[in-house]
Design a binder for this molecule. Structure first.
Ligand code: ZN
Length: 422
């Protein structure tokens, strides 16, 4: 089994998290985890009660990040009784005992197959999995999520040279990313906040995105594009822990970051405040004047960003800056779509803040990067498009048919079985 993530978003999809798939888990020989995002690792602890006793292969960085993600989701399930307890801390501890660490580019055996993890360049530790049938040499590749290379923090996506079949993500199959300009955008926003003595509030995902933001502010301060005296609060215990994991794996950094880290910590700079306690978080609202607050969760579905929203959204000097995707049904999406009043903990909050959006910080490959990745694979006959909504999958299918000849494209549906011998 490759990945076992959590369904997120709409209520009817979230219900699927509680349904046991029709799989004999005691007969399953192994699980491979491509990376630590919740939609890939989020249901792994449920395997404990379903009789799976085998190994779960992943890279060391993925393990370090995935355990943060899984413990957090156990905590959220406990606190938010309405959604039901999916699993507990104990089950996360149990499943971690079954983890077997593997390295990039070093093949390992699972039954009649030889597997190799290849750096996917998506987040720290992320991998694509090449599965080779030992007897026939036939290969199928699971892309996992592919990166938007070159990424500022991590090394670029490694390409796969040969395979007959691929199962590839298609999140941005219908889109070409714009040129990266997030550092310039943030510099301008901070400059404006300095003039207005206002707050730049950034709801942010804990893993990768928060570290990218720290790195940008580190650079801006170093280059004199932002005053050293402007305080930046990282108000997310999960993001603080994830930053520690980033510090533990400098060998996985991008080339520029590898050079920088020899003389400077890319995730630390003057007036960075790590809010590891709730008290430090609460004090932020008392601080008058210019400040930057990075707080989870990324789509404002919970976490500390909620009480900052309560305190700062009514102030026209606040700039609320979205740096990632906002799913339908989330508070982030409502505000982004222009809602002028929102309910927080029973209180009505008038949205008078300036609503802004930075679209260039995606950690997913876009249409052209997906096509380039596919074109490098020799012998490719069949492409399964997964991990994308209908429109991106259809648009990407057309593109593949135009640009790559002699391949069959399949758009599988949930629980569909396919015969790989055909
Ligand atoms: Zn991902």
């Amino acid at each position: 089994m490759v990945d076992f993530g959590m369904f997120q978003g709409k209520a009817e999809e979230a219900k699927l998290n509680f349904i046991k798939p029709d799989i004999d888990f005691d007969k399953l020989s192994a699980v491979v985890l491509t990376h630590a995002h919740l939609d890939h690792c989020g249901r792994l602890p449920m395997l404990v009660n379903w009789g799976f006793k085998g190994p779960i292969f992943m890279t060391e960085a993925t393990k370090a990040l995935a355990q943060i993600v899984m413990f957090d989701s156990a905590k959220i399930a406990k606190e938010d009784g309405s959604k039901g307890v999916i699993y507990t801390d104990e089950e996360v501890f149990e499943i971690l005992k079954q983890v077997v660490l593997v390295e990039y580019d070093k093949p390992f055996a699972v039954g009649d197959f030889e597997l190799t993890m290849i750096d996917a360049g998506h987040i720290l530790g992320s991998a694509s999995v090449v599965v080779k049938e030992t007897k026939t040499g036939k290969r199928i590749v699971f892309s996992g999520d592919l990166g938007n290379s070159p990424e500022p923090l991590i090394s670029p996506t490694h390409l796969v040279s040969e395979a007959q079949m691929v199962v590839v993500e298609s999140t941005y199959g219908d889109e070409v990313h714009e040129r990266r300009d997030e550092a310039e955008c943030l510099a301008q926003m901070v400059e404006q906040a300095e003039k207005e003595r206002g707050t730049v509030l950034i709801p942010s995902f804990s893993i990768e995105r928060s570290q990218e933001l720290l790195y940008i502010f580190d650079q801006l301060k170093k280059q004199g594009k932002m005053s050293n005296s402007v305080p930046v609060f990282l108000d997310s215990p999960m993001a603080i822990r994830a930053t520690e994991v980033f510090r533990d794996f400098p060998q996985l950094y991008s080339a520029p970051l590898k050079t920088q880290v020899k003389t400077d910590d890319p995730f630390d700079f003057p007036n960075l405040v790590l809010c590891d306690t709730i008290e430090k978080s609460k004090q932020i609202k008392n601080l008058k004047g210019v400040k930057v607050v990075i707080a989870g969760s990324g789509m404002m579905t919970g976490g500390r960003v909620i009480h900052h929203a309560l305190n700062f959204l009514g102030d026209p000097k606040t700039q609320l800056v979205f740096v990632g995707y906002q799913a339908e049904g989330t508070m982030g999406r409502e505000i982004l779509d222009g809602k002028k009043e929102i309910k927080i903990w029973g209180k009505t909050v008038e949205v008078r803040a300036q609503i802004k959006k930075i679209t260039t910080m995606s950690s997913h490959a876009d249409q052209s990067q997906l096509l380039e990745w596919l074109k490098k694979i020799k012998g490719l006959r069949k492409i399964y498009l997964v991990h994308g909504e209908e429109l991106p999958r259809l648009v990407l299918t057309e593109k593949i048919k135009q640009e790559i000849l002699d391949v069959e494209v399949v758009l599988p549906v949930l629980n569909q079985e396919v015969n790989l011998d055909k």
